[in-house]
Ligand binder design. Sequence first.
Ligand SMILES: Cc1cc2nc3c(=O)[nH]c(=O)nc-3n(C[C@H](O)[C@H](O)[C@H](O)COP(=O)(O)O)c2cc1C
Length: 190
Amino acid sequence: MNEIQLAAEIEERKSITNWSNRKIEMETWNSLFEAARRAPSSWNHQPARYIAANEKADIQALCNTLHRTNSWAEKAAGLIIQVAAPEDDDRIDGKEYYLYDCGLAMMSLIYQAQVLGVTTRQMIGWDEAAVKSLLMIPDRYRVVVITGLGYPSESAFSEQAALFKRRFTAQHKRFDMKHLVFWKKWGYEV
Ligand SMILES: Cc1cc2nc3c(=O)[nH]c(=O)nc-3n(C[C@H](O)[C@H](O)[C@H](O)COP(=O)(O)O)c2cc1C
């Protein structure tokens, strides 16, 4: 079978956090949010809102609200807090589409970051009440995801260590295609 051709950004994206001290330029921040803004959403409801933290003190304050396994976030050049109000989007048979639409927008942002050489790691391990209180987020919004980002360190050792950790914890693994995709009917393989 021929090698499958993927876009370089899809091929290369990894949630590794071997970040350098380099700051993210305002132009880059703006392009990330523009990529998110252009994402599709159900009936164009556009439920996602963002709070960006790019100063050390603000990042550190947010880190105090995170689960301790997310201490890697302290090294980030920035944290993006994505929030949305469930009632701003569709709810169909109990399915909350604000979550789906937020995911689409964050994925666009992440691939734009990858194009610009910025790597990202998302997280859901935090105390929502503490995040909302710290950032003065109104009650009707839920915190959907927090994404850490930064330019990767130029140290080959730090990159190798991050890649090793990713492989060791099996984060590079994906289900076989045959478990994911069926043709014509559920359970059918070609
Ligand atoms: C919704 C979501 C929540 C996640 N939460 C965390 C988290 O709390 N802490 C963490 O270290 N990584 C978190 N991750 C990163 C995943 O573990 C990572 O994407 C997965 O292992 C696949 O690795 P890859 O992104 O490098 O391909 C999260 C990712 C997503 C999409």
